[in-house]
Design a protein around this ligand. Sequence first.
Ligand code: HEC
Length: 146
Amino acid sequence: MAFLIVPQVSGWTEDPKPSTSIDYKKLKNPMPYTKKSISRGRNFFIRVCAQCHGPDGKAEIDVIADATNLTNPKLYYSGSTDGEIFRSIKEGAGVSMPPYKTEIKKENDMWHLVNFIRSLWPKDQRPELQEEKKAEDKEDSKIGGN
Ligand code: HEC
């Protein structure tokens, strides 16, 4: 009979892998910093981010919220490593930066955005531009960009 006694443990479930446990700061950008990656990131930026951050990332336009000027990493509130920028895009940042994990389907596109954002930084703080790999050319050429 003892088997019929079901313990009442409601509201006490443990999430095996809460998303907050990801150490974003240590994440490495899997997309090499190339002209192609930057221009793919720029395409996304103009479409989805420029309305708040401005086409040049400076947020000098008449914005809805007080969006971060992305051209100076020193002004970032939420961290300026590749992984932290990725997190701001994916999970949102502060109060008014919306999360893009559903709207931007491919994580790699968020990483292209990270590369574009870094291309806006002062020259001495930008990563070194890498050579394009031939193999990537085919897929990328469909997207357009410049
Ligand atoms: C609805 C307006 C809005 C849109 C659209 C938007 N942002 Fe933001 N973003 C903000 C605001 C406001 C902040 C400042 C949040 C805070 O820290 O209070 C911000 C912060 C950020 C940060 C963090 C900067 C920091 O302070 O650490 C990054 C990175 C960023 N945005 C990138 C993007 C990218 C990339 C896109 C497009 C995919 C985008 N944003 C779209 C409003 C927006």
